[in-house]
Design a protein around this ligand. Sequence first.
Ligand code: GAR
Length: 192
Amino acid sequence: MEKLTGLKKIKTAVFISGTGSNLKNIIKFSKIKKSPISVDLIVSNTNKAKGLSFADQFNVKKKIFDSKNFKNIEKNILLLLKKEKIKFICLAGFMKILSKHFIKKFDGKIINIHPSLLPKYKGLNTHSRAINNKDKFAGCTVHYVAAKLDSGKIILQKKIKITASDNSASLAKKVLKQEHKLYLAAIMKIFS
Ligand code: GAR
């Protein structure tokens, strides 16, 4: 990843599909002086994403690409990213799989947060799988996005204990709290 030079922040797009708590956290961070990135665009694959409200709240451009055939609209997303001079992409609860072609266009410039200790539990329902398997630990991972799902190089990981009273909802809540810290630490690590 290129090193930070001067005071210019790296123009970043955050892709979401849902609540957007990671998005909100990244936007807030991006506004402080030491942040290497600015959030200039929010992309969602659905107009139902609650996190879209943060676009108005923080005055960030948003664009919804709501289509069943997501692959066909990647071309339009790429055009928009070019127009907005976006150089870096954070996936934050984005539930669509990007094509190889798309990933190649932003090679090494897309990162994702995943709610498990990768390589364990790629894909969905990570917390219930960890609980059903009687794992002692759960956690979250920030990684580069590669063509194979949830398999890119790991940037940072945070491990937390699963307690006897945990269910998937309580675990998700605990992990999400850690995700917020980990995502920012990963961004700082990449650009320092
Ligand atoms: C987060 O837990 C994130 O790790 C997960 O979705 C949630 C989004 O929360 N992402 C994935 O499962 C991606 N495979 P948020 O919308 O509040 O940031």
